[in-house]
Design a protein around this ligand. Structure first.
Ligand SMILES: Nc1nc2c(c(=O)[nH]1)N[C@H]1C(S)=C(S)[C@@H](COP(=O)(O)OP(=O)(O)OC[C@H]3O[C@@H](n4cnc5c(=O)[nH]c(N)nc54)[C@H](O)[C@@H]3O)O[C@H]1N2
Ligand SMILES: Nc1nc2c(c(=O)[nH]1)N[C@H]1C(S)=C(S)[C@@H](COP(=O)(O)OP(=O)(O)OC[C@H]3O[C@@H](n4cnc5c(=O)[nH]c(N)nc54)[C@H](O)[C@@H]3O)O[C@H]1N2
Ligand code: SF4
Ligand SMILES: [Mo]
Length: 883
């Protein structure tokens, strides 16, 4: 018997509906929910591979642990409650803090915010969303009086001009990207402009790509506003009737087109083309993401985008608007419950009236008067010992915060660190005093809100493993044990959601945009069967904000953000001397690898956290492709493998954010990034660290393949990669070993069975056979510079019993019969690699449809189609460097 559950993908903010089926043998299969309005059955590579990342035993945290010892839930929760009561008694409520996450469900988030702001009595609850979209929040609150996202996904399809700025939608919101691509095929007149220093996979659907110099968005956007004003392409009626703060004087000092070319390094013709399209196209959407938010002037950047839409009246109508694309699955739900230190619940801000209102609603007296500490301020307060205890939930700050190593020391010194997580090996769990095992996706129930304000159910379809519990339950239990039994008497997520919904309407009277109090969810059955639903619901059943041109400011008008304070408007015209380190995402990995790092097929797309460098810059710096580079910032030095990438500007390098200390000697990458942040939102400037790069020559390199994972290898450079039945370790050392034979013993305390010295290739190959005659570990080490890792040998691990010829093949370095050298997987759904696709391109196949027809790549979720297109475009001269 197979049972199928309708649920929602736990990854990105698109919020796709998922059908999860469990058969009699408890095997899980995943497909897209054809009825969900976000995706209509589509899924991307990460969503399609969700079943691979479900783990119930190995790697899971299954019992509460106090100082490394397993304890009962009673001991764990009593200890937490007692410690918090004692610290509050001694040092006041602000000595306590909660660090939450846009990956918590709305119900988890609601109780965490209620506990901290309502009953512990501190606003020190902030979230990893601070690192993600807090600049967009600050910009929207200023402009609209509330943090209300102005668009729906359908606007991305119905607009005539789509500007994607600071967003790599093809990899980060792939299903939205596919929807846009399909819309463009239906309406070829629709134009798409991508504004990103890198030429990303998203550019495959772009009519125009503006590869602007990093952080020159504000001059570009203000220059555009000046141009629109000069061309009389602004909407003066709209400005007069519905906005305040428009300043023509301010625009006079914005750069003109000629100056802009120098500032942004974009050629004049492309700038002119963009400006003309923008001026001429009424139905314009500007969608933005981390290239805008994660900047020292992120709030101003987002404000400059909103200004353009206010000046042209392109908001609150079909196919128009500034669209903040959120990252995490429930960043929007977190905003609704007030999970940021700078907001109260239900889209309320810190006013005396709102505080009083919340105290009365919750039956408390403790709601604080002023905002609490924003993420980085919070960790600084922990460092100073002012915050004495922190509870971290569903986020891995020791990998995701800038200057990551510094917060490791701060948390080690902190009196009482509590971490709730599903896995047992995150960088942050390593420093926790109290570890609380949380239920994960598929095991827990609740709701999430996606980027277009659509609330969907996540439903459990698996039983709870070990002693893991839901996050809302842990928080409620601590609330009860701190003496607030009445306020935390929740029996289920449905109970919590109902309270949250009632609060949204409490004394609202149209003052706050978020009001779902009339949703009919009286019984648990109503909640159980809840369909995905956007808010607000208009009379005609559709959803839209600002349709009535009503904003939530004091005078009901939207506000222009003054730009005079912007430093980047005063930028010198010359290219920066130093290199800019840009960080971001790759297609198949999610954040700090605690989930996608468990899937062999998702790990195949990119094995190592490579440093991408423009070929011209690499020549200047003396960096060979495939060799190593030492990347240094004020904060750290990391060694990374080099990849050449013509799609980068020569003055910047790119490193993916994902690899942590649990996965690589080079992790966390954030050790390099400094804590420079936006003064208004507190969001870190993750995209623009200053680094220097120098070549690093390895003395030896190796590849180890093991059946069971090893502890972190004792080697200068290592990266651990999940394979089907094995783990791969890329290894290198920068000091000459005594002999290459000594390397085996420095990496493992196991004995090898046989080894062979291949002097011709300056290589030693070691092999270990276990008691069942299976290969359990093999290692190839070489002192030669041109070491080719024998990835083909991984196929030995598929065999139950290894034959003598298999062993000989490996030892003699001759690929096994039928095995091929692994090249990076392009299509992770159908397992098609780069070499196969390049071979087809070489035979003359020059369309993505042709490639799909020949080898099925791109035939399932389609996430790889932009990359295949890129390979076709780049053939034959510049292929990506093979492993
Ligand atoms: N595969 C995958 N998808 C994800 C995630 C993931 O981990 N993996 N995470 C999710 C989350 S939480 C988020 S926040 C989103 C992020 O989604 P995105 O914001 O789309 O992704 P990023 O790669 O962080 O950065 C976007 C782009 O900003 C560009 N950029 C850098 N500096 C500048 C600049 O100065 N100006 C402009 N205009 N652009 C610049 C970068 O080159 C990069 O291509 O992705 C979500 N989706
Ligand atoms: N350099 C650089 N750094 C960045 C960024 C960047 O672009 N560049 N982007 C930033 C952005 S936008 C974001 S959103 C952050 C993301 O950074 P994080 O949120 O720190 O990264 P995740 O790996 O998603 O961490 C989530 C943790 O929660 C655990 N978890 C999963 N499900 C549950 C659950 O149901 N309950 C509990 N209790 N735990 C659970 C996971 O195992 C994991 O340890 O990174 C930020 N850091
Ligand atoms: S686009 Fe992909 S990661 Fe995002 S919600 Fe949909 S399936 Fe999940
Ligand atoms: Mo994010």
């Amino acid at each position: 018997m197979t049972s199928t559950t309708r649920t929602t993908c736990p990854y990105c903010g698109v919020g796709c509906g998922v059908l999860a089926s469990v058969d009699a043998s408890e095997a899980v299969s995943i497909s897209g929910d054809p009825q969900h309005p976000a995706n209509r059955g589509r899924l991307c590579s990460k969503g399609s591979a969700l079943a691979d990342t479900i783990a119930t035993d190995s790697g899971r945290l299954l019992q509460p642990q106090l100082n490394g010892e397993t304890v009962t839930w009673d001991v764990a929760l009593d200890t937490l409650a007692q410690r918090w009561l004692a610290i509050r008694e001694e040092s006041g409520a602000d000595a306590l803090a909660f660090y939450a996450s846009g990956q918590m469900l709305t119900e988890d988030y609601y109780v965490a915010n209620k506990l901290m702001k309502g009953f512990v009595g501190t606003a020190n609850i902030d979230t990893n969303s601070r690192l993600c979209m807090s600049s967009a929040v600050a910009a929207q609150q200023y402009a609209f009086g509330v943090d209300g996202v102005a668009c729906n996904y359908s606007d991305l399809e119905s607009c005539d001009l789509l500007v994607l700025i600071g967003s790599n939608l093809a990899w980060c919101h792939p299903v939205l990207y596919q929807r846009i691509k399909a819309a463009r095929e239906r309406r070829p007149e629709m134009k798409i402009v991508v504004i990103d220093p890198r030429r990303t996979a998203t550019c495959e659907i772009a009519d125009l790509h503006l590869p602007l110099r990093p952080d020159t968005d504000i001059p570009l956007l203000q220059g555009l506003l000046r141009y629109l004003h000069e061309q009389s392409a602004t909407d003066s009626d709209f400005i007069a009737a519905h906005t305040s703060g428009f300043s023509a004087d301010e625009l006079a000092s914005a750069p003109d087109l000629q100056t802009l070319g120098n500032i942004t390094a974009v050629n004049d013709a492309d700038l002119q083309c963009f400006f003309d399209w923008f001026a001429a196209t009424e139905k314009t959407v500007t969608a933005y993401s981390m290239g805008i938010n994660q900047a020292s002037e992120g709030t101003l950047k987002a404000g400059a985008i909103i200004n353009l839409h206010l000046a042209t009246g392109r908001i609150g109508k079909d196919g128009c608007g500034p669209f903040s694309i959120t990252g995490q699955p429930n960043a929007m739900g977190g905003r609704e419950v007030g999970g940021l230190a700078s907001t109260l619940a239900a889209h309320m801000t810190f006013t005396a009236q709102n505080r009083d209102r919340l105290n009365r609603f919750w039956g408390s007296t403790a709601v604080p008067a002023a905002p609490g500490l924003k993420a980085l301020d919070l960790f600084e307060a922990i460092e100073r010992g002012e915050v004495r205890s922190v509870w971290i939930m569903a986020t891995n700050p020791l990998a995701s915060l800038p200057e990551a190593a510094r917060w490791k020391r701060a948390l080690e010194a902190c009196e009482f660190v509590v971490v709730s997580d599903c896995v047992n090996d995150s960088d942050t769990l390593a420093v926790a005093d109290l570890r609380l095992p949380a239920l994960g996706w598929g095991e827990k129930s609740g709701t999430v809100t996606n980027t277009e304000r659509c609330i969907s159910r996540q439903r459990a379809f698996l039983s709870s493993p070990g002693n893991a519990k839901a996050d809302w339950w842990m928080v409620s239990e601590v609330g009860k044990r701190m003496g607030y039994a009445d306020a935390f008497r929740f029996e289920s997520p449905a109970d919590i959601f109902r309270e949250h919904a009632v609060l949204s309407g409490f004394e609202n009277g149209g003052q706050r945009d978020f009001d779902i109090s009339d949703w009919r969810l009286d019984s648990d059955e109503d909640y159980e069967s809840m369909e995905p639903q956007q808010w607000p619901i208009l009379e005609n059943g559709t959803s839209s904000l600002y349709r009535e041109k009503k904003f939530y400011t004091v005078d009901g008008k939207a506000r222009f953000r003054p730009m005079a304070a912007s430093q980047s408007l005063q930028l010198a015209n010359a290219a920066p001397e130093s290199l800019v380190l840009n960080t971001g995402r790759v297609r198949d990995h999610w954040h700090t690898l605690t989930r996608t790092g468990r899937s062999a097929r998702l790990s195949e797309h990119q094995h190592e956290p490579t440093l991408s460098v423009h070929p011209a810059r690499a020549v200047k710096l003396g960096l060979p492709s495939g060799g190593f580079a030492r990347v240094s910032s004020e904060h750290a030095k990391l060694t990374l493998r080099v990849t050449l990438d013509e799609n980068l500007p020569p003055d910047s390098v790119f490193v993916p954010m994902h690899w942590t200390h649990s996965h690589s000697a080079a992790g966390p990458i954030n050790a390099l990034v400094g804590t420079e942040r936006d003064a208004l939102s507190g969001e870190p400037a993750f995209k623009h660290a200053t680094v220097t790069v120098a070549p690093a020559t390895s003395a030896w390199q190796g590849l180890m393949i093991t059946r069971t994972p090893l502890p972190c290898p004792d080697s200068d450079y290592w990266v651990k990669v999940r394979g089907d039945d094995y783990w791969l370790y890329y290894l290198a050392g920068f000091k000459a070993p005594l002999s290459i034979q000594t390397i085996w013993s420095s990496l493992t305390d196991m004995e090898y069975t046989t080894a062979l010295l291949d002097s011709k290739h300056e290589q030693v190959r070691f092999l270990r056979i276990d008691a069942n005659e299976r290969v359990s570990c093999l290692l190839a080490v070489s002192t030669a510079e041109n070491f080719e890792p024998p990835l083909w040998a991984a196929s030995l691990f598929r065999h139950e019993i290894t034959s003598a010829s298999d062993r000989l093949a490996f030892l003699s370095g001759v690929p096994l019969q039928g095995s091929t050298t692994i090249s990076p997987t392009i299509c992770s759904c159908n397992g098609v690699d780069q070499a196969t696709i390049n071979a087809l391109i070489a035979t003359g196949v020059n369309t993505t449809a042709g490639i799909t027809a020949q080898c099925s790549a791109g035939g399932n979720c389609g996430s790889c189609l932009p990359e295949i297109q890129q390979m076709i475009n780049e053939a034959p001269s510049s292929r990506r460097v093979a492993l």
